[in-house]
Design a protein around this ligand. Sequence first.
Ligand code: UD1
Length: 371
Amino acid sequence: MKIDLIVGARPNYMKAAPIYRAMKKFPETFHCRLVHTGQHYDDRMFHIFFKELELPKPDIYLGVGSGLHGEQTGKIMIKYEKAILEDRPDLVLVAGDVNSTVACSLVAVKLHIKAGHIEAGLRSRDWSMPEEINRIVTDNISDYLFTTCREADVNLESEGIPQEKIFFVGNTMIDSLNYYLRRIEEFDTLADFDLESKKFVLVTLHRPSNVDQNSVFKNIFEVLAEIQKKLPVIFPMHPRTKKMLREFGLDTKLKNTPNLKITEPLGYLDFLKLQKEAALVLTDSGGIQEETTVLGVPCLTLRKNTERPITISEGTNELVGSDPEKILDRAISILDGEKKVGKIPELWDGHTAERIVDILRGFRLPRLNRG
Ligand code: UD1
């Protein structure tokens, strides 16, 4: 079975790595080609993750880089189509909700090649987010939908997707988390940043809705300026966020916030260590809502909605939007000890990739090849 495993942006790597590893255990069954679209290309958004997640150099690198959504998605499609016309896989596996996900699945199904979507069925119901569009399109064209929770199955069925395409398998990102938790025990990340266990706040923000508007970003910055009076705040900054920080002149305010430490984006392992040891995480990321739930660390999500409601109903996550008073009030109450207790969702057990690979092993090639 020839499989193309697609990655393109930072949140894809930790979802794909366990699948790659699980497939490598069956060399007689799988010939897996690792494809990187080049959506993320900086060392800290690409190479460092490949090294830490023990992924080899991609077999195919499309090198598309940044651009407007249509431009970036289109470039990926043009380049990936050329690659698979030269050497046609039986199945294209995509993960998550980034532009690379929708672009490559679309190319595959148009060429009558089967597509499988890892982390299918999540819905924020917020069409202003490009990720929601990517999720809906990818799910509706894919042949195999691997879901992280039962709500995702319900979402897919309510959109008319036949049950036999849907496989509730759990969360491959949590496979990576469980796999690497032991390795980070010895890590000196806290000492490197002069932090103490459970005595700091970790922040990540990169959504256009939080960082692309001066007034919104400024309000959030003011909240961080308040929190850093209570505990150190560490903020590994996405390139987009750094660009906007400078553009809005917020970088000049940093001299008045000595306890707010802004760093370059961190690698997977250092970031995992910080998440595990943080007293509180503030984020607008998708994956971090899930990782903090498994780690039992309080998480405030600076968004109006989430495609991962299970992290709220079962986990440690809470939605606080971008209202500065609300964010600050809840952050302070958590730091004062009023924490939400959560549990680990069903099948987030570290064995999801094995389940996916078992399912794929059960498919025979004639079933995979359409037409
Ligand atoms: C993408 C995903 C988002 C995910 C995020 C994680 C889409 C629609 N969005 O958003 O879901 O949460 O990745 O990081 O796919 N840039 C660099 N170096 C890089 C990559 C990007 O400097 O290696 C800068 C460029 O200025 C670029 C901007 O970041 O224009 C945005 O990059 P892009 O890939 O378009 O979207 P992200 O915001 O990273």
